[in-house]
Design a protein around this ligand. Structure first.
Ligand code: HEM
Length: 153
């Protein structure tokens, strides 16, 4: 049977503004999601603190579509010594909700240790938005990030 190549509403190069919800810290963000094979996309993200333009978080990995059931798998590595695997599904062609399945860290990664992550991406009015929630070994799940991005021309 021929492999189904799932279309991905997040493919492309995006840039915009986000904030750490609790602290109100604003950042600029650029992401690139580029197809490298059927059902496989390379993902890179960089962020900078606004005004000073200091690099903040960055993350990189792959979005994989399971061709049998359309489940989206996200493999991610973070600069603070953490790798995670998230899985989820796309609904209505414009919403992706991912929940962490596995989280591992290097020996030098510092507390608080992230124990759970949830991400919700959605595309509406040509804007790609996401919300990130996480829990650690010292506090429960909280709404951490919100970001809105437009496709780069
Ligand atoms: C746009 C992406 C992100 C940005 C701009 C960002 C930025 C930051 C900043 C500025 C801090 C330091 C806050 C402080 O001074 O207290 C921080 C801490 C932290 N970040 Fe992020 N971060 C991002 C993504 C993530 C993600 C995806 C995770 C988890 C999966 C994460 C987990 C953490 C944790 C656990 C801390 C320590 C918090 C604490 O001390 O309680 N970050 N981040």
């Amino acid at each position: 049977m021929a492999e189904v190549n799932h279309p991905f509403f997040m493919a492309g190069q995006w840039s915009g503004e986000g904030k750490l919800v609790e602290k109100g810290l604003a950042y600029n963000e650029q992401i690139s999601i580029a197809q490298i094979k059927p059902n496989l996309y390379l993902y890179t993200q960089t962020t900078q603190k606004q005004i000073e333009n200091i690099p903040l978080h960055a993350e990189t990995g792959y979005f994989r579509f399971n061709p049998n059931n359309g489940v989206v798998e996200l493999l991610l590595s973070h600069p603070f010594g953490v790798c995670e695997i998230e899985e989820g599904v796309i609904s209505q062609n414009n919403k992706l909700e991912l929940n962490s399945k596995e989280i591992i860290r290097t020996s030098s990664a510092k507390e608080p240790f992230v124990t759970k992550v949830k991400r919700i991406f959605s595309l509406h009015d040509n804007t790609l938005s996401y919300d990130v929630y996480f829990a650690t070994n010292t506090y429960d799940m909280k709404h951490y990030l919100h970001c809105d991005m437009k496709l780069k021309q």
